[in-house]
Design a protein. Structure first.
Length: 307
């Protein structure tokens, strides 16, 4: 942003004031050429195999309560792993699965605490061993759990504060970017034209199981609240034929809009789906979800936008 839009960066001077921006600024992962990893003891390898196997079972559990119980068990086992790449990779994978649906504070807190443990213990070991260290990425993932899943930070740290500030900056840029999208029936939707209504902007794809799972809840909320000022826009970057064929089998009444060239995906920095953004009646970004949401979770997000 400093390079391509310095005037926009200046607007966020107060937000970024804790850091010196007078020189070149980069936000990236720390990476080293990896040496050949030492052979893992049999016990550690067995624990990692068990963790990976059970992570593959999370989505198959019948209820959120069952998924939460399994996540808590896996997080405990990850904490027992020795510091290093394996521990960091395992907790990142578990975090990605733990934000799908409504697993509850206990499970998410266990994930955040384990991620904090992995960050503090593993990075010194990884850097010393010259293994790749996705330092900035993991801090941002932890900050997302704190900001969007509303779990308590496992500890205070300037790096976590910096990651949180970057998320806030990203939200402001996303709001400013806005969107112009065209629905399957030819209508055009822009953030400015929808002022006066609450907007749920959802990024999805036909091939995405969590996306497909949350769409019936979006349909229910749209039918309930459309007359009270709710607009739901489901954004797909797939081709028209793929989307139309899917909707023939799964008809929804809310507008489905196409994003050819991924302009909206780029403007909203979409790095995984589903993702949802909720704008209030003034066009302000009031809330967002980093993953699949349940009906109850969507209702809470809509409340934040005044609906």
């Amino acid at each position: 942003m400093k390079a391509i839009a310095p005037e926009r960066l200046e607007k966020y001077h107060e937000l970024l004031s804790p850091w010196d921006l007078s020189g070149n600024v980069q936000m990236k992962s720390i990476s080293y050429r990896a040496s050949t990893p030492a052979a893992k003891p049999g016990e550690t390898r067995a624990v990692e195999n068990s963790i990976n196997q059970r992570m593959g079972q999370i989505r198959g559990k019948a209820t959120d309560a069952e998924r939460a119980e399994l996540v808590i068990q896996i997080a405990s086992d990850i904490r027992s792993l020795p510091p290093g790449e394996g521990k960091v990779g395992a907790i990142r994978s578990l975090a990605n699965l733990s934000t799908e649906g409504e697993l509850g504070k206990e499970a998410l807190t266990a994930v955040a605490a384990t991620m904090g443990d992995a960050i503090r213990d593993s990075f010194p070991v990884m850097i010393e061993a010259r293994h790749p260290a996705p330092y900035g990425d993991v801090w941002i993932e932890l900050a997302k759990l704190v900001r969007y899943e509303r779990v308590a930070a496992p500890f205070a740290d300037p790096s976590l504060d910096a990651a949180g500030a970057l998320l806030e900056l990203r939200e402001r840029v996303q709001q400013e970017n806005g969107f112009t999208l065209h629905s399957l029936d030819g209508k055009t939707y822009t953030l400015d034209s929808l002022k006066g209504r609450v907007v749920l902007l959802n990024f999805w794809a036909t091939w995405c199981p969590p996306c497909r799972k949350e769409m019936p809840d979006m349909e229910k909320l749209y039918r309930e609240y459309e007359s009270k000022g709710l607009t739901v826009l489901a954004v797909s970057d797939e081709d028209r034929k793929t989307v139309e064929e899917y909707l023939l089998k799964n008809p929804y009444t809310f507008p489905v809009v196409l994003d050819p060239g991924r302009k909206a995906n780029t403007a909203f920095m979409i790095d995984g789906i589903p993702k949802s953004f909720i704008f209030d009646r003034e066009g302000r970004l009031a809330a967002q979800a980093m993953d699949m949401r349940s009906e109850a979770q969507f209702r809470e997000l809509l409340k934040l936008a005044g609906l």
